[in-house]
Design a protein around this ligand. Structure first.
Ligand SMILES: [Zn+2]
Length: 125
């Protein structure tokens, strides 16, 4: 499952385009359908734009940010997201409702990490 160059403006779902989820360093993209479905559902629950700080990260980018080599970002299964004006706890509650298994709260940075790893987990970043 290799990442391919994203076509930045192509719609992945009604509310998300490839450029939003592509790697910030190289513009390549790998994204799992389950992640997209849950992000779109979350967008509908929030009733407001869900901004993606980070979606797919290529191996080079993972290295640059000091991320784990088994990161779910590398597998196209994770995103760091925020909704302006919505508290981190509230966003996390909506993410749970949207079906995300794993939710990490980055209170000080105002975003949450969500992924679809297949088992439930909660943590503070
Ligand atoms: Zn990259």
């Amino acid at each position: 499952m290799g990442a391919v160059k994203a076509r930045p403006w192509l719609k992945l779902t009604p509310h998300f385009i490839e450029g939003e989820l592509a790697c910030r360093c190289c513009g390549r993209l790998l994204v799992q359908t389950e992640l997209l479905q849950k992000l779109e559902y979350l967008r509908c629950l929030a009733g407001a734009p869900v901004l993606v700080n980070s979606g797919y990260r290529c191996p080079v980018h993972i290295g640059a940010v000091g991320g784990a080599t088994n990161s779910y970002h590398l597998k196209g299964m994770a995103a760091d997201i925020r909704v302006p004006g919505l508290a981190v706890e509230s966003l996390a509650a909506l993410a749970e409702q949207a079906g995300f298994d794993n939710i990490g709260l980055y209170q000080q940075h105002g975003f949450i990490h969500v992924d679809v790893r297949g088992y439930r987990a909660r943590w503070d970043g």
